[in-house]
Design a protein around this ligand. Structure first.
Ligand code: ASP
Ligand code: MG
Length: 319
């Protein structure tokens, strides 16, 4: 189950997500959670690294303080148990301290390489995962959190848009996440980030948490990968333009990819590739309507229909 940034944006959202995960674990599902940064945080980190590059440390520290307040408040609001809350706050504060050091370093150098930018961007997901994990534990689940690298995702060194090395990743994820599940835990993995073979933090490209979820789903041989998002699934048209737009119950991988590329910007463009190769279906579901089934993206032969236009998307060119 992957949860995007708007699904965990505030206290109400985090409780909602924890409820969804707990319900499924109680029903007997083995759930692996992948989580994005809180909405807007990756953009703030990007801005902070730009400002650091231009040596405006005061503005950098201002952004940092906004990020800090938001995460500490969320941990406080979503974790009732005092010991759990302290543990989580400590982990979050340690990450924030590390981020402050990295950004200070960049602002002294006046230079941000792709590698250091990925390092900065990684903090969004490194801050959100401990909080969601804490909230799950507060709801009575056994849960652990992992960065992408800790979960076993290994990529090339193409910083900013790294590609997974699936063979190594599969072995590692199966070992690490497999044994976590076997011990009765619900693993919570930071989306978007991974590690190169030499141990540097990499990112998979914007929107990369979808990609993480599919990589982990394939590596751990899941039955399905679910993207929990803030919409009803893939729609026949953009509901902001066409109020009569409907959710598409089933669609093929190829059709979904065309939609992602041509404007129905719902996912990372490469996210589905490992799922197609492994034949693992992906479902897009609305986190605020957990009873609705959303859209199932699956193999062509299961959803074949001829002479039908399934969706319209709009792609605008900027002049
Ligand atoms: N936090 C990252 C981004 O904003 C990854 C994601 O949300 O999927 O691009
Ligand atoms: Mg996204």
């Amino acid at each position: 189950m992957k949860f995007g940034g708007t699904s965990i944006a505030d206290q109400h959202c985090v409780n909602n997500v924890a409820g969804i995960v707990v319900t499924h674990v109680k029903k007997g599902f083995e759930v692996v959670v992948v989580v994005s940064a809180l909405s807007g945080v990756t953009d703030q980190l990007l801005e902070a690294s730009e400002k650091a590059k231009h040596r405006t440390l005061n503005e950098v520290l201002e952004i940092l303080s906004t990020i800090e307040k938001r995460h500490l408040a969320l941990a406080k609001e979503t974790i009732g148990d005092e010991i759990l809350r302290k543990e989580t706050t400590k982990a979050v504060s340690e990450n924030l301290e590390e981020l402050r050091k990295v950004l200070t370093g960049i602002s002294y150098l006046g230079e941000a390489t792709p590698r250091s930018k990925d390092y900065v961007l990684s903090f969004g997901e490194r801050l959100s995962a401990p909080i969601l994990c804490g909230a799950l534990r507060d709801h009575g689940l056994k849960a652990n959190y992992y960065t992408g690298g800790e979960a076993g995702i290994v990529t090339d060194s193409n910083f900013g848009e790294a590609l997974p090395i699936m063979k190594i990743t599969k072995d590692r994820v199966q070992k690490i996440i497999g044994s976590s599940l076997e011990a009765g835990n619900t693993p919570v993995i930071s989306g978007f980030i991974a590690e190169s073979e030499d141990g540097s933090i990499t990112t998979l490209g914007r929107g990369g948490s979808d990609y993480t979820a599919v990589i982990v789903g394939v590596a751990s041989e899941s039955d399905e990968v679910w993207f929990w998002t803030d919409s009803d699934g893939l729609m026949t048209a953009d509901p902001k333009i066409e109020p009569l737009a409907k959710t598409i119950p089933e669609i093929s991988f190829q059709e979904a990819i065309e939609m992602a590329i041509f404007g129905a910007k719902r996912m990372h463009p490469r996210a589905l590739e490992p799922a197609i190769q492994a034949g693992i279906p992906v479902r897009i579901r609305n986190v605020f309507k957990p009873d609705a089934l959303g859209t199932l993206i699956t193999e062509e032969k299961r959803v074949k229909s001829e002479g039908v236009v399934k969706a319209l998307t709009l792609s605008q060119m900027l002049r």
